[in-house]
Design a protein around this ligand. Structure first.
Ligand code: BV8
Ligand code: ZN
Length: 261
């Protein structure tokens, strides 16, 4: 695979990435928490600030944690949902939506549970790990409405009893995929299809630690699809990247779009 030599400057890498995008008719995007970092949403690794500092996110994001202490888990997700409601899509989300507006088929596959891609105008968005905005009953699975809006931004969040299901009285849970839970079949199907049919894949703001999502870049590279990575830090995905752009999504995506003329 003809990788861009390491000594390339960022400018030359941006040029190489823009050339790949300029020739592409179908682009598959895999986004992670870094995509929303410049919107003020803490990334998963640093999602635990304030009250939550003493917990491990992978401990809270499980069905067992919810069964053990529903108020703690529901409070954490409501705190995160409030942060999303108070946030705006950043220039990175907007650049991806503008890329699609140029007539290129852009399919966004996201690990994020916020709706910032949609609010930026992206049309084809698939949530591999669910969404904060679709709560459902933990027992019977019925879609649910949110309880009374919690006071904006309780410092670092607090324990909150989840609302009860109007159908069976069970506790309402966040509509996200927890560790140990299966990913939604339709989102996974759509993701693999988009990646198998794409001309180029862009991986943005993900540390590549959580499976099976973390296996998707290999799916692309394994079929010779060029992969562009945007991340300020090195990740496990570096090995698959034809071009690795070290920097922030909110800065590099608009820069790439600008080079497409
Ligand atoms: C599954 C929703 C089949 C919830 C999430 C042992 C026991 C049990 C399971 C496992 C195990 N070993 C492996 C597993 C599988 C497990 C897993 O992978 N665990 C990991 C911890 C090893 N996976 C699962 O359980 C999945 N299900 O396998 O089902 C099954 C069924 C039954 C039994 C067994 C298996 C389900 C995984 C989904 C979990 N839910 N989210 C919630 O949000 O609360 S995962 C959550 O964490 C996110 O969705 C995301 O996927 C992940 C965080 O990763 P990132 O998005 O990459 O974010 P991170 O903070 O890590 O990195 C941010 C990056 O951004 C960094 O690289 C940073 O440099 C960069 N960045 C920062 N600023 C910017 C930037 N980039 C660009 N611009 C910037 N400005
Ligand atoms: Zn119910």
């Amino acid at each position: 695979m003809n990788r861009i030599p390491v000594q390339q400057t960022l400018d030359e890498r941006l040029e190489a990435a823009a050339t790949l995008l300029g020739e592409a008719g179908r682009i598959a995007v895999l986004s992670g928490a870094g995509m929303s970092a410049e919107s003020g949403i803490p990334t998963f690794r640093d999602a635990l600030t304030g009250l939550w500092a003493r917990f491990d996110a992978t401990e809270l994001a499980t069905p067992q944690a919810f069964e053990r202490d529903p108020a703690l888990v529901w409070g954490w997700y409501e705190w995160r949902r409030m942060k999303v409601l108070q946030s705006q899509p950043n220039p990175g989300h907007i650049a991806l939506a503008q890329l699609a507006a140029r007539g290129v088929a852009v399919t966004v596959v996201t690990q994020n549970v916020d709706d910032l891609h949609e609010r930026a105008g992206s049309r084809a968005v698939h949530h591999l790990h669910g969404s904060l905005h679709v709560p459902r009953c933990f027992d019977c699975g019925a879609r649910a409405a949110f309880g009374p809006q919690i006071p904006a931004e309780p410092e670092g969040g607090r324990r909150l009893d989840p609302p009860r299901c109007t159908r069976c009285g069970g506790p309402i849970r966040p509509g996200v995929v927890w560790f140990g839970e299966m990913l939604p079949e339709d989102a996974w199907q759509a993701a693999t299809e988009a990646i198998l049919n794409c001309d180029v894949m862009i991986i943005i703001g993900t540390s590549g630690l959580v499976y099976p999502a973390a296996g998707l870049p290999d799916l692309a590279a394994g079929r010779g699809k060029p992969v562009i990575q945007i991340n300020p830090a090195p990740t496990d995905h570096d090995a698959y990247a034809r071009v690795s752009l070290r920097g922030k999504a909110g800065e590099l995506l608009p820069a790439l779009l600008a080079r497409l003329g």
